[in-house]
Design a protein around this ligand. Structure first.
Ligand SMILES: C[S@@+](CC[C@H](N)C(=O)[O-])C[C@H]1O[C@@H](n2cnc3c(N)ncnc32)[C@H](O)[C@@H]1O
Length: 283
């Protein structure tokens, strides 16, 4: 990959995102219950039952409930990329922005002892959390690496499936991220990603809000542009399917961020949604 030039705005966004998720890792209990160092994030809000993470609605209940609370309480995604990936025993899986590790542990069960899962995250506090959780889960086939998804610490053509849950929207350089995914996938490998996208443009004031960036709204790409970018990068068999949030989850996202009031819940719901995105590296 060609080296990138990062401008001041990109540095500012990356620092705001890192600070936000470092806070989320330090304040897990406030993350999904509000208050304290407000760690609102993609999909992380109060649920109807205040003690349950709102992301529970995305997952198979049996798989979710089998994980320790220390893992499910720091589930900050916006979908279920592991189910989308249809993983098989023996595969090597890479999770971009692995957070507290929930999708790595679910993927680890699917690929079994002959497979392996690598989680990459740029926030040291999240990595500490994930490594502690790994011991609690006893997930021997899961490994966590510190790194940025724009510069993956992973060798070329070494991965069968790339998964990611609500992270690519947080990057200021999506062409670079998609290029990195293509580089690390084996020929014929696939990406299966849950992420926030938009239908049309967001107001400039939302795009400029650091909390809207950290909350997975400001950096979300238009769905058609994302499909076009995947194609331009070199992916084939591209699919992008909307997964709409519950009213409650949208209200939580709006209430927890400083852009509250600038877009109504109804406007936000029509413009911003989660999607299951899959694509293949040509064989
Ligand atoms: C919304 S959380 C999702 C975490 C996890 N995927 C989940 O579902 O719980 C976003 C995570 O991505 C990480 N992250 C954000 N931007 C990143 C980047 N450019 N490179 C690597 N990690 C990043 C953050 O540190 C955070 O842990």
């Amino acid at each position: 990959m060609a080296s990138q030039t990062i401008n001041n705005d990109e540095i500012k966004v990356r620092q705001a995102v890192r600070d936000h998720y470092a806070g989320a890792a330090r304040n897990v209990s406030s993350c999904c219950g509000g208050g304290g160092d407000k760690a609102s994030s993609c999909g992380c809000g109060t649920s109807s039952s205040a003690s349950e993470p709102s992301t529970k609605e995305f997952y198979n209940a049996e798989d979710f409930n089998a994980l320790p609370e220390d893992v499910t309480n720091i589930s900050l995604g916006c979908g279920d990329p592991v189910t989308l990936a249809s993983l098989k025993p023996g595969q090597t899986v890479l999770d971009l922005g692995s957070g507290g590790g929930i999708d790595c542990f679910l993927a680890g069960k699917k690929v079994g002892s002959t497979g392996k899962v690598i989680g990459v995250d740029m926030t040291p506090e999240m990595l500490d959390k994930a490594r502690t959780n790994k011991v609690k889960v006893g997930a021997e086939n899961v490994e966590f690496r510190l790194g940025e998804i724009e510069h993956l610490p992973v060798s070329d053509s070494s991965v069968d499936v790339v998964i990611s849950n609500c992270v690519i929207n947080l990057s200021t350089d999506k062409p670079q991220v998609l290029g990195e995914i293509l580089r690390v996938l084996k020929p014929g490998g696939r990406m299966a990603v849950s992420d926030i996208v938009t239908s049309g443009d967001l107001p400039d004031e939302v795009k400029a809000s650091m909390s809207a960036w950290a909350g997975c709204i400001a950096g979300a790409m238009d769905a058609d542009e994302m499909t076009a970018l995947l194609k331009k990068t070199g992916f084939t068999n591209i699919s992008l399917k909307p997964v709409y949030f519950s009213e409650e989850m949208v209200a939580d996202a709006v209430n927890q961020a400083e852009y509250s009031g600038k877009m109504s819940n109804e406007e936000l719901k029509k413009t911003v949604f989660s999607a299951n995105i899959s694509a293949e590296k040509p064989a």
